[in-house]
Design a protein. Structure first.
Length: 205
C-alpha cells in the first residue's frame, strides 16, 4: 500500500512539473496581419526535395495567413548564415525570424561549440533589431535521430521558443523524407503544421 501511495505521489509530482514547465514556456508577441516572417536556413528551408510552393515556409504561410519570405540557401553552414542574415533582415524588416540551420555543420562534423556560437550570434542579431525568434532544432546524424541538445540550450538561454522534435521525427521515417537529410512534401507539410501549432500556442498568431 505504501509503495502504491508513493507511486501516486510521484505521478502527481511529474504532472505538476510538466504543468510548471509549460507555464514557463517563452511567449511571442502577437503578429499583425501585415507583419512579415523571415524563414532563414539551409536546404530544409529552401525546400530541397519538394515542388515549388510545397516547401515548409510556403505551406506555413497558407496556414497562418502571414507573409513568409523564404531565405533558404542549400549547403549553407552557420558561419555563412551569420554573414548572410543581416542583409536579409535589413531588406525585409521581419517581425519574426524562423531559424533552421546547423545541419550542414553537423554533417561536416564541425565543433558543436562553433555551431552553438554561430546560432547564438544569429539570434542576437535578430533580437538587436527587436525581431522575435523561433528556433527549429536539427537532428544529430546517427542511427537514431535525436535533436542536437545545443538547440535547447540556446532556446533556454535566450528565452525563445524552440520546435525541438518534429524535424527529427520527420527524418526518422521513410514516409516523410525524400533522402536521408531532406523531407518530402509530406514531411515539409508536417513541419509547417507543427510550427503553426507552436506559433498559436505561444501567442504569435
Amino acid at each position: 500500500m505504501k509503495t502504491h501511495g508513493n507511486f501516486i505521489l510521484s505521478c502527481v509530482f511529474i504532472f505538476l512539473l510538466v504543468l510548471s514547465s509549460c507555464s514557463n514556456s517563452p511567449k511571442l508577441n502577437p503578429l499583425a496581419p501585415e507583419n512579415k516572417i523571415l524563414a532563414f536556413g539551409d536546404s530544409i528551408t529552401a525546400g530541397t526535395g519538394a515542388n515549388p510552393g510545397q516547401d515548409y515556409p510556403s505551406v506555413l504561410e497558407s496556414l497562418i495567413e502571414r507573409k513568409i519570405i523564404n531565405a533558404g540557401l542549400r549547403g549553407e553552414t552557420t558561419a555563412e548564415g551569420v554573414r548572410r542574415l543581416p542583409e536579409w533582415i535589413d531588406r525585409h524588416r521581419p517581425a519574426l525570424l524562423l531559424l533552421c540551420e546547423g545541419g550542414n555543420d553537423l554533417l561536416q562534423k564541425l565543433p558543436s561549440e562553433e555551431i552553438e556560437s554561430n546560432l547564438e550570434r544569429m539570434v542576437e542579431i535578430a533580437k538587436e533589431k527587436k525581431i522575435q525568434v523561433v528556433l527549429i532544432a536539427v537532428p544529430k546524424p546517427g542511427l537514431i535521430l535525436l535533436p542536437e541538445p545545443l538547440y535547447r540550450r540556446i532556446a533556454k538561454k535566450h528565452s525563445i521558443p524552440c520546435e525541438e522534435k518534429t524535424l527529427s521525427r520527420i527524418l526518422s521515417s521513410p514516409l516523410f523524407k525524400v533522402d536521408p537529410i531532406h523531407p518530402n512534401e509530406k514531411g515539409y507539410r508536417t513541419l509547417a503544421e507543427a510550427l503553426a501549432i507552436l506559433l498559436k500556442k505561444r501567442g504569435g498568431i
